[in-house]
Design a protein around this ligand. Structure first.
Ligand code: SF4
Length: 198
């Protein structure tokens, strides 16, 4: 019987990107193939849940939108879990680092590449709905080619939990300036963090 490494399953409001403000059920899978220094998820602590257990938890929220997140959700068999959830009319989104090609069963693909800190990593998912980059001083021209495969383009300031409001505010202002000077890019803020949701 297939089991998935699950950090948590919870019902909340998407805090960032195109669907900010829209309620979703989040399935946070364990494990990741990268180790970003700013990562805010303890993806190595998880429980192994069966498809039936996951489905039951998801359905208990009465919400027809699911986001696969992590860790790196594309490490999992998304075809199997996606097919099961779709039997209940659920639409599927994914937040991925783009290093693994995504199964076409996913309805909405958001790639947040980490090649600004891992220059040797290859982005394999070069098409999707949202490209969302975390800004840490990189030259935006590095995304010129990748951008063409995505409908929406977001820049997100790096929000560091252990930094002061003032320090995070400076990074917000820097990104605000960049967005003003960079046609086609939009600002994305991690509003869920202000609500106390990681
Ligand atoms: S890719 Fe995402 S989940 Fe993986 S280490 Fe980086 S920030 Fe964390």
């Amino acid at each position: 019987m297939i089991k998935y490494p699950i950090v948590e399953i919870f019902h909340s409001v998407q805090g960032e990107g195109f669907h900010a403000g829209v309620p979703h059920v989040f399935i946070r899978f364990g494990n990741c193939n990268l180790r970003c220094e700013w990562c805010d998820t303890d993806f190595l602590k998880y429980e192994e849940l069966s498809l039936d257990e996951i489905t039951k938890r998801v359905l208990s929220f009465g919400c027809k939108k699911v986001i696969f997140t992590g860790g790196e959700p594309a490490l999992q068999d998304l075809r199997t879990i996606g097919s099961r959830l779709k039997e209940f009319g659920i639409s599927l989104s994914i937040e991925t680092n783009g290093t693994i090609e995504i199964d076409p069963i996913i309805d909405w693909i958001c790639v947040s590449p980490k090649d600004q800190i891992y220059p040797n990593v290859t982005i394999k998912q070069v098409r999707g709905d949202e490209l969302k980059i975390v800004y840490c001083g990189q030259d935006l021209s590095m995304y010129d080619e990748l951008k063409s495969g995505f409908t929406h383009h977001y820049i997100q300031p790096l929000y560091l939990e252990n930094e002061s409001i003032e320090s995070n505010g400076i990074s917000f202002q820097i990104v605000e300036d960049i967005v003003k000077k960079s046609p086609g890019w939009r600002l994305s803020l991690q509003t869920h963090k202000w609500m106390g949701v990681l």
